[in-house]
Design a protein around this ligand. Structure first.
Ligand SMILES: *Cc1c(COP(=O)(O)O)cnc(C)c1O
Length: 452
């Protein structure tokens, strides 16, 4: 077993370049090979069991090993493994999935453009938004306002919409006509202020930016309801109503990036339902298929779709795998499980509140500066001193130390700087949450012995 394991590690180092990885560093440390999974547990190549606090990468919402998804894929593979949606064609799973998404999505979001991923969904968003305004005769209304430290994917447009400086640096991004305002990160950037006032002040940067550029130039605002990859940043309650007011007042499109917050993650079908916003476009992926197969899309309002249909002409955009029938069949099976097993309600009323209560007990630990979360998303901020807060000089090294100790303790948890974050499968039971929190506490104790 371990010889196969080390052989695979050597081959991996020789041939496989990993996403978001320092390849030189990884080759020295060796990869962790995950070989199987069941429910909320992973098994690695050395046979160790790990509690998956990240649901893969924010996506395995229904947990691992569901027979129904394997059956749906096998059936569709044999009946029709592939056909495209170009040239007046489509397939039954793609049709049924678009109908179901239209029913689940809020208000008048009744149309879907399929993609292979969340990044492709956001590239599609840029194309649709600019084409929409151009079709109405507003050729110059093409600026999209986003936020610093947002994550919207890794393609050229996705990374441009995102607000991660190190990503922009590699590749000359952002592309033209994408600008960024501040994120609503109260603990990191506003903790001397009243949170409600801070939320309003940061939201009004959108209004200031629109006025600075001129509303004739501004097409849309894009944001994650709760920032995920940026560190599970939950905005103050005052933030989203003010953003919605500004989008309405200036008549710019609101794009709610639901790639993480969609499909039950925060106890509703979509983050827009939780915050009561009225988006015009919603990029989706991840939990759409619980990560079993790659599929994403953009859910689009009647307002936008009607203009595209009546005035847009041919939309010169699409992917070979848009509406892939096997991926769509698996996504359908996944949505039926979420629906039939009342998993959204379970997150909202039961396991979500339980996770939040238990996670907050970590707030008494000497290393913890803040605990926060919503639904099945949670984060804690490591701090060197608590009163007043003093943050670590090198946040990434303490975060990475914690992440490595967590693995030693049998828990997959992610570190973003000195933020530790979890986004577990939605089907966790209370005993799994207890195990998660107990292992997180053991990890904090381990880190404390090294840094305090
Ligand atoms: C993961 C993510 C994306 C990108 O999705 P991919 O499938 O990795 O391309 C986009 N937006 C948000 C909010 C995400 O979390």
């Amino acid at each position: 077993m371990s010889t196969l394991f080390s052989r695979l590690q050597r081959k991996d180092a020789a041939h496989h370049l990993h996403p978001f990885t320092d390849s030189g560093d990884l080759a020295k440390r060796g990869t962790r090979i995950i070989s199987s999974a069941d429910g909320v547990y992973l098994t690695d190549g050395e046979g160790r069991r790990l509690l998956d606090g990240m649901a893969g990468l924010w996506c395995v919402n229904i947990g691992y090993g569901r027979q129904e998804l394997a059956d749906a894929a096998a059936k569709q593979f044999l009946q029709l493994p592939y056909y495209n949606s170009f040239f007046q064609c489509t397939t039954q799973p793609a049709i049924e999935l678009s109908e179901m998404l239209g029913e689940l999505a809020p208000a008048d979001l009744n149309h879907v453009f399929f993609t292979g991923s969340g990044s492709e969904a956001n590239d599609t968003v840029v194309r649709i938004v600019r084409h929409y305004w151009a079709s109405l005769g507003h050729e110059n209304k093409n600026v999209i306002i986003s936020r610093h430290n947002a994550y919207h994917g890794s393609t050229m447009a996705g990374a441009s919409l995102g607000g991660m400086k190190p990503m922009h640096k590699q590749g000359g991004l952002p592309i033209p006509d994408i600008v960024h305002i501040d994120q609503p990160y109260w603990f990191g950037e506003g903790r001397d202020e009243d949170p409600a006032e801070y939320g309003i002040r940061i939201a009004r940067q959108l209004e200031d930016k629109i006025n600075e550029l001129g509303v004739k130039r501004v097409a849309a605002f894009i944001a994650e309801p709760v920032q995920g990859a940026g560190g599970v940043i939950v905005p103050p309650d005052s933030y989203w109503p003010e953003i919605q007011r500004i989008c309405d007042a200036y008549d710019i499109l609101l794009i709610s990036d639901e790639v993480i917050t969609g499909f039950g993650r925060i106890g509703h079908w979509f983050g827009a339902d939780y915050y009561g916003t009225r988006p015009d476009l919603m990029p989706i992926a991840k939990g759409l298929s619980s990560g079993y197969l790659p599929i994403g899309g953009v859910i689009i309002s009647d307002r936008v779709a009607d203009v595209l249909k009546e005035k847009g002409g041919e939309f010169y955009h699409g992917y070979t795998y848009s509406g892939h029938p096997v991926c769509a069949a698996v996504a359908l099976a996944n949505l039926h499980i979420l629906q039939d097993e009342n998993i959204i309600e379970y997150v909202r009323n039961d396991i979500g509140p339980y996770l939040q209560d238990q996670w907050r007990t970590l707030g008494d630990h000497p290393l913890v500066g803040e605990v926060r979360g919503v639904g099945m998303l949670a984060a804690l901020e490591l701090a060197e001193e608590r009163n007043p807060i003093k943050l670590f000089e090198d946040p990434s090294s303490v975060g990475n130390l914690a992440r490595d100790f967590a693995i030693d303790n049998g828990l997959v948890m992610r570190a973003v700087g000195s933020k530790l974050i979890v986004s577990p499968p939605l089907i966790m039971q209370k005993q799994h949450v207890d195990e998660l929190v107990q292992k997180a506490r053991a990890t904090l104790d381990d880190v404390a012995t090294r840094v305090l």
